[in-house]
Design a protein around this ligand. Structure first.
Ligand SMILES: Cc1cc2nc3c(=O)[nH]c(=O)nc-3n(C[C@H](O)[C@H](O)[C@H](O)COP(=O)(O)OP(=O)(O)OC[C@H]3O[C@@H](n4cnc5c(N)ncnc54)[C@H](O)[C@@H]3O)c2cc1C
Length: 309
C-alpha cells in the first residue's frame, strides 16, 4: 500500500474532514508544536475502529491526543496519524447509585460542574484542571490531595487493533500522575465514575475556594500546567523558587514569575526553547538543592512520547 492510500482511505470514512501537515501548536495549550502528518477527529466507535484498521494495515504509527494541555510537541512534529479524541463520545449520563457514565472527549471541568449542579460530589478538585476526561485518566490528573483515579469504577478501552475491553477498577492502577494506560497502547473510550451525594451549595462553595486559589497561583499565559513531578515531600515549584530561577527566559519560554513549576510561552516560543529551559532549571535545582527533577509533561517527538525524560 502506498503512503497516499491510507490517508485517502481514512479521509473517506470520517464525518469530520482530517487535517494534513497540521501544526500541533493549534492543538496544544502551550501553543507549541510542529506538524502532524495527518490529524483526525473520529466521532464514533465505528469511525475510530475504521481509522485504526486502515492505519494498522498500512503500518502507520498512531498517537492520541485529548485537549493537548499536558503535552510539549517538538518542533519536528509527529509522524503518522494523530487521533484527536476531544470530540469523541462527548456524552455524560448520570445513572443510579451516583454513577456517571462519561465519554473521553468530555472536558473534566464541564463534568465536574454538571455533577455539582446535580448534588454529586467528588470532582470539585478538578475545577480548573483543563483537558478531556481521557487525558485526565491517562495522566491520573489531580490536585489538593485528590485524583481522578480515586473515582474510577470501570473503564472501557480499545486497543490499536480495535478490540474493546471493559476493566473494573481493581484491574487498573493509578498512582501520582501515573496510570495503567501509560504502560499500554489503548484508547479510553468510556468511563464510569462513582461520585457521592452532597449539597450543591456546599460543592459550589468548595469549587469557588479552589478557583480562587488557582487564580492567584496560576499564570494566564499559555502553559502545560506543572512541568515537573513533585519529588516526595518537596514541591517542585518551591525547589525551583529556592534555586532562584523564577522568571528565567530562554527564547520565547519563561519560568513563570508566579509559579516556579510552570513554563509559559511568552509568544513565539519553540519546543527547543522549552526543552533548553527545562535542562537549565534541572541543572540549577541539582546544583543548588541537590534534587533531581523528572518531567510531568509528556514530550512528543516524530515517534510519539519520548520516554525517560
Ligand atoms: C493551566 C493548567 C493547569 C493544570 N493543572 C493541573 C492540575 O492541577 N493537576 C493535573 O493533574 N494536571 C494539570 N494540568 C495538566 C493537564 O490539564 C492534565 O494532565 C489533563 O488531564 C490532560 O488532559 P488532555 O485532554 O489535555 O490530555 P493531552 O494533553 O491531550 O494528553 C495527555 C496524554 O493522555 C493521552 N490521552 C489523551 N486522551 C486519551 C484517551 N482517550 N485514551 C488514552 N490516552 C489518551 C495522550 O496520548 C497523552 O499521552 C494543567 C494544565 C494546564 C495548562
Amino acid at each position: 500500500m502506498r503512503t497516499m492510500d491510507w490517508k485517502g482511505k481514512i479521509t473517506q470514512i470520517l464525518s469530520t474532514p482530517p487535517l494534513f501537515d497540521e501544526p500541533m501548536r493549534f492543538h496544544t495549550s502551550l501553543r507549541i508544536g510542529g506538524p502532524a502528518d495527518m490529524l483526525v477527529f473520529p466521532s464514533s466507535r465505528e469511525e475510530l475502529k475504521g481509522v485504526l484498521a486502515i492505519a494498522h494495515s498500512a503500518g502507520v504509527p498512531i498517537f492520541l491526543v485529548g485537549q493537548g494541555t499536558n503535552l510539549l510537541v517538538k518542533d519536528e512534529g509527529i509522524k503518522g496519524l494523530v487521533v484527536n479524541l476531544a470530540r469523541f463520545n462527548p456524552e455524560i449520563r448520570f445513572l443510579s447509585n451516583h454513577i456517571v457514565k462519561v465519554g473521553p472527549g468530555v472536558p473534566v471541568v464541564k463534568l465536574a460542574r454538571e455533577a455539582m449542579n446535580r448534588g454529586l460530589g467528588g470532582l470539585e478538585f478538578a475545577i480548573g484542571i483543563p483537558g478531556s476526561l481521557g487525558g485526565a485518566l491517562y495522566m491520573n490528573a489531580g490536585a489538593y490531595g485528590f485524583s481522578i483515579g480515586d473515582l474510577v469504577r470501570e473503564v472501557a478501552t480499545m486497543d490499536f487493533l480495535g478490540n474493546e475491553r471493559i476493566r473494573a477498577k481493581d484491574e487498573l492502577h493509578f498512582f501520582y500522575r501515573k496510570s495503567t494506560f501509560q504502560d499500554e497502547e489503548s484508547i479510553i473510550v468510556e468511563v464510569r465514575l462513582a461520585l457521592h451525594a452532597a449539597s450543591p451549595e456546599e460543592l459550589q462553595m468548595k469549587a469557588a475556594q479552589i478557583q480562587k486559589i488557582r487564580r492567584s497561583k496560576q499564570p494566564q499565559k499559555p502553559s502545560a500546567g506543572s512541568v515537573f513531578r513533585n519529588p516526595p515531600g518537596n514541591p517542585a515549584g518551591l525547589l525551583i523558587e529556592k534555586a532562584g530561577v523564577k522568571g528565567h527566559v530562554i527564547g520565547g519560554a519563561q519560568v513563570s514569575t508566579l509559579h516556579g513549576n510552570f513554563i509559559v510561552n511568552t509568544g513565539g516560543a519553540t519546543a527547543e526553547d522549552v526543552l533548553n529551559l527545562v535542562e537549565w532549571v534541572r541543572n540549577r535545582v541539582r546544583e543548588t538543592q541537590g534534587m533531581e527533577l523528572e518531567l510531568e509533561i509528556k514530550v512528543v517527538g516524530r515517534n510519539g512520547i519520548e520516554r525517560g525524560r
